[in-house]
Ligand binder design. Structure first.
Ligand code: C5J
Length: 236
């Protein structure tokens, strides 16, 4: 962070955090119909998809704030090629879901790039110019261009939202943490099919002085105003 950058200073756990919007990206993970709506991948695995709905409005507010700061906006999408050449057999064949990846479902072929169900929920459609990362795995750095894009933009800090908290969100945060990014998960902007897994993930991330990063409330972000601050010891 340079002394020229305007920074936001927010309440967060395990301790307050300073970040410069010019060096921060928001990563919105997998807000796809296949996870959030009935008839999609999450549903075929036997989950109650209604648990994820509250994250949609919060994610929208988070994105609006980030857009107003001219931050880099990245959306990820878990999706496979139509011929399934990027889908490990273990991923497709595990368990006994009603439908498997690639099967025809109520919203098109399950988790196949380009299908209606694999696309983003309407409220969270990426705006022109925003980055969309299509990923075959749970982590957004695996087999994608995300790392290079963040490097090219000089990004040091990442704000996270999306679904599901303990699967693709946590996996990506851990990947990012190992790559040296300061990571913050916005609590209301993420949900799990299992509320106790969400809670456990929030606690895991911020345990041990922020072993994976920080968690912060949506309000702490929405009320932050970028201004010239003294550099703090943790703000990099
Ligand atoms: C899952 C995800 N849960 N986006 N994907 O399989 O978390």
């Amino acid at each position: 962070m340079s002394a020229m950058d305007k920074t936001c200073f927010i309440e967060a756990l395990p301790y307050p955090l300073q970040f410069a919007p010019a060096r921060t990206a928001v990563i919105m993970i997998d807000m796809q119909r296949d996870f959030i709506l009935p008839g999609g991948f999450g549903d075929t695995l036997g989950n109650d998809v209604a648990h994820l709905l509250p994250a949609v409005g919060a994610a929208h507010q988070l994105l609006d704030w980030c857009r107003a700061q001219n931050m880099l906006v990245v959306h990820t999408k878990e999706a496979h090629a139509a011929d399934l050449s990027d889908c490990p057999l273990a991923k497709r064949h595990r368990g006994a879901p009603k439908l498997r990846i690639g099967d025809q479902g109520a919203m098109g072929r399950i988790l196949i790039n380009g299908e209606f169900g694999t696309d983003f929920v309407e409220e969270l459609t990426p705006l022109p110019g925003e980055i969309v990362i299509t990923k075959p795995g749970k982590g957004a750095f695996y087999a994608t261009e995300l790392g290079q894009i963040l490097k090219n933009h000089g990004i040091t800090h990442l704000l996270f939202g999306g679904v599901t908290t303990e699967v693709c969100v946590q996996t990506t945060m851990r990947e990012a943490n190992d790559r040296g990014y300061e990571c913050v998960l916005i609590e209301e902007a993420t949900e799990s099919y299992f509320p106790h897994f969400k809670q456990a993930t929030l606690e895991m991330i911020r345990a041990q002085e922020g072993i994976v990063g920080w968690t912060a409330s949506l309000k702490s972000i929405l009320t932050a105003t970028p201004q010239h601050h003294e550099e703090s010891k943790n703000g990099s």
